[in-house]
Design a protein around this ligand. Structure first.
Ligand code: NAD
Length: 501
């Protein structure tokens, strides 16, 4: 029987009757496994009101007490990794090792958020003029809306709200309606960690819930991760309602391979970073740009057998390299992108259409697909394809590869493979991407560096995680202070400091 996935408000699961709902599928089998409740406006307002009043207390709670909760939350996430990975795999379709990997990245960001007392320390200038001292303090912004995508049901939200909560805010989280269950597990762990009721709330749903969050006057800031079209909308609507908004959006990540590169390493990197998680990653390598035809031909020889050796299977198959796509709609959209690239003149090297997995004929599987001779006028170059279809653009020179990379609308991640330090340095200086890899295929920075793309991969200021995330979730106040001498105070024995009293 299908289960029903509801919300979490004021420290308790919250079920609303007579509400809209949508199906949740197991992409590995294509079965509908549960229904996700879509919160009404009243329910979102209840969550926001709860979060707002909880933020007033949590924001005044000492660093020491907040950190005790953060440390406990970290321990609990670690203790529950296996069950969380199972929940992720069942609703998302990614393999268990992949799911464990994303939880691991989430844990790193909880650990970094435990540095918040240090990161949020203010500045102090003594005696700027006439005994005046000036200092800054940083305060939480209040109730924060978090809107997250399907492709990282735990990592993206955790990296987002670990810092938001650690610095004293409360959260209203709207997970992707395609992967709603992990949110309730996470909420349960926060409660068990001792987070006061109301600081962390989950409202499930779709656009209507997002709109209510974006319009609500008691939401001070919104963090969004998802597609570019939706992210731009969230940014514009949120900022027009006077909220701070940071939206992290789509990517089309280029990997330039110079003729002098270690081609074996580059080929392995392209295959793992390109096809892992069925390429449903914003930091996946999408396009390979070998410099020179000889580099392209040699790479192709190395890549094709590696791609053919990839095993596609259900999330719980320990031998699977990647799993199903998130939905049948998504599978059809990716198949359309393959058809189109063929029509536009891309050379199909490997075709994943018509692929199925034994015993799971209705799963949303697509085999790995590769196009050679992609050009910049094709949709395969222009669009983010969220499925295992990768393209090769043959560049004549480093300059041409750079130009192709920088001309793209997206600027999430870019990678160069080379043995030449000067070429790598030049790339690092010239490429217009937020995250850059040098002989590293997925330059997802560690938790204590800032994460965020450029151009249409990000709307608004701030970073998703890293020290800059603490800035996004806090407001500055600057105090100029003078204490005039007070004869009575200094001489009065009754007011004098008495360490024994
Ligand atoms: P999506 O934009 O469809 O959904 C993201 C969130 O927005 C979900 O919670 C969804 O319910 C909500 N939403 C969907 N349509 C909406 C609408 N019209 N109005 C308001 N809200 C709406 O994204 P997705 O398919 O879940 O995730 C994949 C996308 O996320 C890809 O484009 C990927 O590149 C991007 N992504 C980016 C990053 C990054 O850090 N830049 C990280 C992960 C994923």
């Amino acid at each position: 029987m299908n289960s029903y996935i509801g919300h979490f408000i004021a420290g308790e699961p919250y079920v609303e009757s007579n509400t809209r709902s949508g199906p949740v599928y197991n992409p590995s089998t294509g079965e509908e496994i549960s229904r996700c409740a879509y919160a009404s406006r009243d329910t979102v307002e209840k969550a926001v009101a709860t979060a707002k009043s909880a933020s007033e207390v949590w924001g005044k709670t000492s660093h020491a007490k907040r950190l005790a909760v953060m440390f406990k939350f970290r321990e609990l996430v670690i203790a529950n990794m296996d069950s969380l990975a199972e929940v992720i795999g069942r609703e998302h379709g990614k393999t268990i090792p992949d799911a464990l990997g994303e939880i691991g990245r989430g844990i790193e960001s909880i650990e970094f958020a435990c540095n918040e007392p240090h990161i949020t320390k203010g500045e102090y200038s003594n005696n700027v003029a006439g005994d005046i001292d000036v200092f800054s303090i940083r305060r939480p912004i209040g109730a924060v809306g978090c809107i997250t995508p399907f492709n990282f049901p735990v990592m993206v939200p955790v990296v987002m709200f670990a810092m938001a909560v650690a610095v004293g805010n409360s959260v209203v989280w709207k997970p992707s309606e395609k992967v709603p269950s992990a949110a309730l597990e996470i909420a349960r762990l926060w409660k068990e960690a001792g987070l006061p009721d109301g600081v962390f709330n989950v409202v499930q749903g779709d656009k209507e819930v997002v709109d209510t969050i974006l319009e609500h006057p008691d939401i001070a800031g919104v963090s969004f991760v998802g597609s570019t079209a939706v992210g731009e909308y969230v940014y514009q609507k949120g900022t027009s309602n006077n909220k701070r908004v940071a939206a992290f959006t789509g990517g089309k990540n280029h990997m330039v391979v110079m003729p002098d590169a270690d081609l074996e390493a580059a080929a392995t990197a392209f295959v793992t970073a390109g096809y892992g998680s069925a390429s449903q990653r914003c930091m996946a390598v999408s396009l390979l740009l070998p410099v020179g035809d000889e580099t392209a031909d040699r790479l192709l020889e190395l890549i094709v057998p590696k791609i053919k050796a990839l095993k596609v299977g259900p999330y719980n198959d320990p031998k699977a390299d990647f799993g199903a796509l998130i939905s049948s709609e998504s599978k059809m959209a990716v198949e359309r992108a393959i058809d189109r690239c063929e029509q536009e003149g891309g050379k199909l090297v490997l075709d994943g259409r018509g692929f199925s997995v034994e015993d799971h004929p209705n799963g949303y599987y697509l085999g790995p697909t590769l196009f050679d001779h992609v050009s910049t006028d094709m949709q395969m170059y222009k669009e983010e394809v969220f499925g295992p279809v990768r393209g090769i653009i043959r560049a004549k020179s480093y300059e041409e590869a750079l130009k192709i990379t920088n001309r793209h609308d997206y600027g999430n991640g870019s990678v160069i493979y080379t043995r030449d330090g000067k070429a790598a340095h030049r790339f690092m200086m010239e490429v217009e991407s937020g995250m850059i890899g040098v002989n590293v295929p997925v330059p997802l920075p560690t938790s204590y560096f800032n994460f965020g793309g450029l151009r249409e991969s990000k709307f608004g200021e701030g970073h998703l995680y890293g020290p800059d995330a603490a800035r996004f979730y806090t407001k500055y106040k600057t105090v100029s202070q003078r204490w005039p001498e007070h004869d009575n105070m200094i001489s009065s024995s009754s007011l004098a400091f008495n360490p024994i009293a």
